[in-house]
Structure formats: structure tokens, C-alpha cells
Design a protein around this ligand. Structure first.
Ligand code: AMP
Ligand code: GLY
Length: 486
């Protein structure tokens, strides 16, 4: 069967999904809603990761990319909406569009529409969709709910307290930072208490976690989140959490769990994101400055530990709660004392992890999505290429604060092709690109991700950074240390 597939979202993650879907022989056409400059109109040909012809800014009609052989699927962006419609209106319009176009399967990229119930609406309308319903999406949209789920089913995580009352939260913060009473004038100072992790309960676009090293910062954070509404409703309730220390690993996975059926979680190759803005993990948190897959240091022993201490109890919990969870899950892990701790669930694939992981997938992504939806995931064999992918993100000047936009993106196609890298766009829209332009200009903070394959991390890194030299826009910057072992 040839499928028409709709991908919802507009980031680099969604561009990578469109690219991977376009490589499936089972796909006839791909729609991206709303998509970005790179997912706009194009068709897929014979490009391979290993070959010299790569998808470049896939979909743009410039002088590069996508001149592959005829016969592959086409893709296009779907923009159904005027300015700032309500989420519910968007979802209803998408349902009408999917029915009208005869789209067979919809894959939801970001968390916000999932938390707002898009999967429930689609299923209610009899449409096939990959994404959990709103009840299960609370694993991401409420940190307090996620922590209670972890506790209930014995998923290994940091200790925590949930608070809905600011006075009680402030009292708990003071208790934490209260150092032991001094034994006398000449007694040695007691050791400083460890930092306290303060998390807003709701979705806060990466701004909802503060690691407070002292009482004052902790008090100010609690007051800002709970009393002053600095994050809107997201900070009304908070979680106070034990501080853990160690490298982080992201494990993305396919999930198919539905009431009355045995559930399945199929983990992907591991990845590591780099969330801080500057090299050596300095500077403010961002949406993610680059990823490498597999994650260095995630040994077979740690993988087993993850499956036993985190994946298995999560699946048990999904079954016991009677979730209809047909979609993707993201386990945000921290490695400490030789074991894995779960910092967070996301109910979607990660960005930029997806741009590093999907190019390593040797299975048909459209078939995987269909198996998630139909419940046939237990029989699905997920295969991976050996080697590694390094995927640094190029950002606009000013990001993650106010950033430049509207600059033409220049692209040296010949130089880029030599590196065998892929380019996945995010904050880029179609627009005048100048003489050596890509036909795109910048429109977001994270502009694009370059994903390069190598036999190992070092080769992938070298190719990714060479490929980035072939891309240029005013104020472009990126981290130079993506995938280095810190
Ligand atoms: P989260 O959204 O919960 O993943 O938190 C965002 C980031 O905050 C994580 O990627 C970690 O870097 C950090 N973080 C979260 N929880 C903890 C914790 N308990 N201990 C140390 N760092 C944490
Ligand atoms: N890369 C982190 C995220 O997708 O949330």
C-alpha cells in the first residue's frame, strides 16, 4: 500500500522525519503542517547518506539537492491557518484536511498539540495518528504527574516533593538550605548543602528548570514561578527535586500500548543533546545546540540498567493506567554511580536528537509509524547502521534571547555534498537567498541542523563541522564541541 502521511510541526525534527519518510518505498506523498522552508515542496530521489548526493536543504527549488531520480514521494507544506488561531481550531482544520486529502496516517512532532488532545481528536474522528492522547501526554505536560507515575511504578528517578502552596514550598526550600547548627565557635563550618532543583509543573519551553545553588536563588525562583507567574500557569505548581550529577543521555523509543493489549516499547539508538548555549556547557539553556548518536559512554551495561530500572516499569505503568499510547517517548536520563536515573519523559521525539538518530535508522520509518498505530510493533524489527552521526545546530545571533531574523542563507552545494552531510532546516523560510542563496532566509533562533555520518564519532564530527563551513548567514553561530567527550 502507498501511504499519504502528514507530519505535524515545523522544526528540524519534523524535517528529519519528512526526509526519512521520503526514503520509504511505501510512501506516496508527505505533507508537513505547517513545516518550514526545507519541507516546502520537493520530491525525493536517489540521495543516500553514503553517496555524494545528499538532500541538502531538501525541498527548496534552488540549484542543489533533490535532483534525484523520479518516482520517489513528493512533499509539500500545508498552511491552513490565518494568524494565531486557537489550538482547537487548528486541530479541527487538520482533521478536515486529512479527511479531504485521503491522508492515511498523521505523525505528531511537538508536545503542545499532544497535550491539547490532538491524538484524541483524530482518533475520535476515526483517523490514524501517531502520538499519545492527552491523558498520557501528562507525562510531559505535568512534572508532578510524571514524578508520581515514576514513584508509583518504581521507575528510578531523583527524590522529589511536589508543591501547590507557595508558603509551603518556601518552607521546604528553607529546610533544605538550613545548614546544621554550629557546634561551637571553633567548630569547622558544616558542608554546604547540595543545590536544589526547582521545576515548574507545566510546559515552559525549556525555561521551567532552575538549579538553585543557594537559598536566595531558590526563594527567588519559587516566588517568581508560583507568586509572580513568570511562566504563566506553568509555574503555579512546582516540583523540588534532589540534585543529581553526571552525563545525560536521551533515549528515544517507539511505543504501542493500548488498553487490553500487551504493550511494547522499542528503544532507538541512544543520543546526547548539548543544551547549554556555549562550548564546555557554559551559558544559558537552549532548546538544544546539537546532538550525537550513539551517546558516548552509554555502555551495554548501562543500557541493560536502563531497560530494567526505567523502560520496563514505565511500560508496566502505561499498561496499568490503561493508556492509549501509540506514539514516541523520550527518556531523559542522567548517569550517576554506574546507574541510570530518569530526569524526565517527553511524549515525542527529541530535537535535535531526532536529526542524529533517524539517519542511523536502517528500518523503514513509515512502516514503523504504521506498526505503532496498528499495534503490530511487537513484530517490528528495528535495525540500525553501525557508526555515529554528529548533528550540530546553527543558530541566529542573539539566540536563545532576542535573535536576528530575515537574513539570506548562503549554501555552497559542492563543498557541502563532499562531506556527505544532511541539512535539516528549522527556523528557515522560503525567500530571496541572493546569488549563492539556498532560496531560504532565517526566521527562527535555531536555524538548521547539519547531520553527518561517520564510522565513529570523531569522523562524524569532522564531517559535520566541514559541512557547516558550506553554510553561511549573517550572525550564524554554533557550538564547536558537539559530541566531544567532556
Ligand atoms: P528536565 O526538563 O526535567 O529534563 O530538566 C532540564 C535539565 O535540567 C536537564 O536536562 C538537566 O540538565 C537538568 N536537571 C533536571 N533535573 C535534574 C536533577 N534532578 N539533577 C540535576 N540536574 C537536573
Ligand atoms: N532535546 C531536548 C528535547 O527535545 O526536549
Amino acid at each position: 500500500m502507498f501511504m499519504k502521511i502528514l507530519v505535524i510541526g515545523s522544526g528540524g525534527r519534523e524535517h528529519a522525519m519528512v526526509w526519512k519518510l521520503a526514503r520509504s518505498e511505501r510512501v506516496e506523498k508527505i505533507y508537513a503542517a505547517p513545516g518550514n522552508g526545507g519541507t516546502a515542496q520537493g520530491s525525493e530521489g536517489s540521495q543516500t547518506f553514503e553517496g555524494s548526493q545528499v538532500s541538502g536543504f531538501a525541498g527548496s527549488q534552488g540549484s542543489f539537492g533533490n535532483q534525484g531520480s523520479a518516482g520517489g514521494p513528493e512533499w509539500e507544506n500545508v498552511d491552513l491557518f490565518g494568524r494565531d488561531p486557537a489550538e482547537e481550531e487548528i486541530q479541527e482544520a487538520l482533521i478536515r484536511y486529512v479527511a479531504k486529502e485521503g491522508i492515511d496516517l498523521t505523525v505528531v512532532g511537538p508536545e503542545a498539540p499532544l497535550a491539547a488532545g490532538i491524538a484524541d481528536r483524530f482518533r475520535g474522528a476515526g483517523l490514524a495518528v501517531v502520538g499519545p492522547g492527552a491523558a498520557a501526554a501528562r507525562l510531559e505536560s505535568s512534572k508532578a504527574y510524571a514524578k508520581s507515575f515514576m514513584e508509583k511504578y518504581g521507575v528510578r528517578t531523583a527524590r522529589y516533593l511536589a508543591h501547590s502552596d507557595p508558603a509551603e514550598a518556601l518552607a521546604a526550600v528553607r529546610t533544605h538550605f538550613d545548614s546544621a547548627p554550629s557546634a561551637g565557635k571553633n567548630a569547622p563550618a558544616p558542608p554546604a548543602p547540595p543545590p536544589l532543583v526547582i521545576k515548574a509543573d507545566g510546559l515552559a519551553a525549556g525555561k521551567g528548570v532552575v538549579i538553585a545553588g543557594d537559598l536566595r536563588t531558590a526563594e527567588e525562583t519559587v516566588a517568581a514561578f508560583m507568586r509572580d507567574g513568570s511562566l504563566g500557569g506553568a509555574g503555579k505548581n512546582i516540583v523540588l527535586e534532589e540534585f543529581l550529577q553526571g552525563p545525560e543521555v536521551s533515549v528515544l523509543a517507539a511505543v504501542s500500548a493500548a488498553p487490553g493489549r500487551k504493550g511494547v516499547i522499542l528503544p532507538f539508538v541512544s543520543a546526547r543533546d548539548h543544551k547549554r548555549r556555549f562550548d564546555r556547557d557554559r551559558g544559558p539553556n537552549t532548546g538544544g545546540m546539537g546532538a550525537i548518536a550513539p551517546a558516548p559512554g552509554f555502555t551495554a551495561a548501562l543500557e541493560r540498567d536502563f531497560e530494567e530500572a526505567i523502560l520496563a516499569p514505565t511500560l508496566r505503568g502505561m499498561e496499568a493506567e490503561g493508556f492509549d499510547y501509540r506514539g514516541f517517548i523520550f527518556f531523559g536520563l542522567l548517569l550517576q554511580n554506574g546507574g541510570c536515573y530518569l530526569l524526565e519523559y517527553n511524549v515525542r521525539l527529541g530535537d535535535p536528537e531526532t536529526q542524529a538518530v533517524l539517519p542511523l535508522m536502517d528500518s523503514d520509518f513509515a512502516e514503523l509509524c504504521a506498526a505503532i498505530e496498528s499495534g503490530a510493533l511487537a513484530d517490528f524489527h528495528l535495525a540500525w547502521k553501525p557508526g555515529a552521526v554528529c548533528a550540530p545546530v546553527a543558530v541566529a545571533a542573539g539566540y536563545p534571547g532576542e535573535y536576528r531574523r530575515g537574513d539570506p542563507i548562503a549554501f555552497n552545494e559542492a563543498a557541502f555534498a563532499k562531506t556527505t552531510a544532511l541539512c535539516f532546516t528549522a527556523g528557515a523560510i522560503r525567500g530571496a537567498g541572493g546569488p549563492e542563496g539556498s532560496g531560504l532566509r532565517t526566521a527562527g533562533g535555531r536555524v538548521l541542523t547539519v547531520s553527518a555520518y561517520g564510522a565513529d564519532g570523531a569522523e562524524a564530527r569532522a564531517r559535520a563541522y566541514r559541512a557547516l563551513e558550506a553554510v553561511r548567514f549573517e550572525g550564524m553561530d554554533y557550538r564547536r564541541d558537539i559530541g566531544e567527550i567532556s
